[in-house]
Design a binder for this molecule. Structure first.
Ligand code: CAA
Length: 248
């Protein structure tokens, strides 16, 4: 089966920098793309922008940090669009700060949005993928889950946890045609990264051998590769895409 037979892909956190690039790339590759959003105002603007650029991509509301909200969203997508063949767990936030200053809410918000969301969404699609003998789960982690980063105990813990989830689930579902992989981007030119204080960001860029931030299209390309039919023997892997910032 080729992508033009319209496999359905759900991208969580679709309206963010990485999510938007992923939606566009997957759409261009022939997938039926649906996105998840959390903030209505941002979603309305996004839909309008996508339409003006020629992309027909529906967005569905869901708070992926909440199990029931994620479940309701997926039920709605399956009723209105069709069963989900590929899930890209992309939604994520930062609440940076040294542990010494970190509030309880900053810890839980990041763990719930970045890690518990992976359980909340995957749990609602995995049985269908097993039954249909095809599925792709793609978890968007971070270089800062592979190594530590000053000011990110919450984020690093969540992102490292995502790959632990990938490794275990990949073994559980391998024989059903379902692959589970992680992508660990480095510093990409999104609003999230641009929010890092300029002085700190300059120091970070100086540690990237390629000498620049990554482009969202570069991560999107890797997502579309892993979503394709041909990657059926790749599972439990963690793809680094960080300009050489962290090699090991
Ligand atoms: N290593 C060691 N010490 C450091 C340090 C580092 N990297 N950065 C700062 N320090 C030291 C400072 O020199 C300072 O020491 P003194 O008190 O002795 O002078 C002390 O730590 C406090 O520094 P700050 O005043 O900067 O601390 P702060 O609490 O105000 O700010 C911070 C801390 C908010 C974490 C800020 O450093 C920061 O924003 N860092 C960037 C974190 C980051 O990379 N986030 C990535 C966001 S994007 C993303 O997450 C996407 C992705 O996947 C890559």
């Amino acid at each position: 089966m080729s992508n033009s037979t319209k496999r359905t892909v759900l991208v969580t956190g679709a309206t963010g920098g990485l999510g938007t690039a992923m939606c566009k790339k997957l759409y261009k590759e022939g997938f039926k793309v649906v996105g998840n959003y959390h903030t209505k105002e941002k979603a309305d603007k996004w839909i309008e922008q996508m339409k003006s650029e020629g992309f027909d991509i529906k967005l569905f509301y869901g708070d992926v940090s909440d199990f029931d909200s994620a479940g309701e969203m997926i039920k709605k997508i399956e009723a209105e669009v069709g069963t989900i063949d590929t899930l890209v767990n992309n939604a994520g936030i930062t609440r940076d700060g040294r542990l010494i200053n970190m509030k309880k809410d900053d810890w839980y918000a990041v763990i719930n949005t970045n890690l518990n969301s992976v359980f909340n969404c995957t749990k609602h699609v995995i049985q269908g993928m097993i039954d249909r003998n095809f599925g792709r789960i793609i978890n968007i982690s971070s270089v800062n889950g592979q190594r530590g980063q000053f000011g990110q105990t919450n984020y690093s813990a969540a992102k490292a946890g995502m790959h632990g989830f990938t490794k275990s689930l990949s073994i559980e579902v391998a024989k059903y045609g379902v692959t589970v992989n992680t992508i660990s981007p480095g510093y990409i030119g999104t609003d999230m990264v641009m929010a890092v204080p300029e002085k700190v960001l300059n120091q970070i860029v100086a540690q990237i051998p390629i000498g620049r931030l990554g482009g969202t299209h570069e991560v999107a390309h890797l997502v579309s590769f892993l979503a394709s039919e041909e990657t059926s023997f790749i599972t439990g892997a963690n793809y680094s895409i960080n300009g050489g910032q962290h090699v090991y």
